[in-house]
Write a protein that binds this ligand. Structure first.
Ligand code: FES
Length: 103
């Protein structure tokens, strides 16, 4: 019998990191020490947890909801690959997810 992993390995700015399953991707990035501000702590009010997903990850994740889309539309530098990392839940399905953090 196999059990679900407690963490999955993802990649940000070319560096691998372990993300705890059940956390938000933003929390996992902060816990690893990546420079991501996330000033509203995940309440969808700041947009400072903005990331660009690499490869085809945008189409592999559940689509952003209306509130996330509205926040993304207000961000300079937003692209079709943009997401708010606080709105992405770490699950076993996102193992290997790769992203870049805007500077
Ligand atoms: S942490 Fe503020 S919108 Fe994600």
């Amino acid at each position: 019998m196999t059990s679900s992993p407690a963490t999955v390995t993802c990649e940000a700015d070319g560096f691998s990191f372990d993300a705890e399953v059940g956390a938000s991707l933003m929390v996992a990035l902060k816990a690893t020490g990546f420079a991501i501000e996330a000033s509203c702590e995940g309440s969808l009010a700041c947009g400072t947890c903005h990331v660009w997903l690499r490869d085809d990850w945008s189409s592999r994740l559940p689509a952003p909801d209306e509130d996330e889309r509205a926040m993304l539309a207000s961000l300079p530098g937003a692209t079709p690959a943009s997401r708010l990392s606080c709105q992405i839940r770490v699950t076993p399905d996102i193992a290997g997810l790769a992203l870049d953090i805007p500077r």
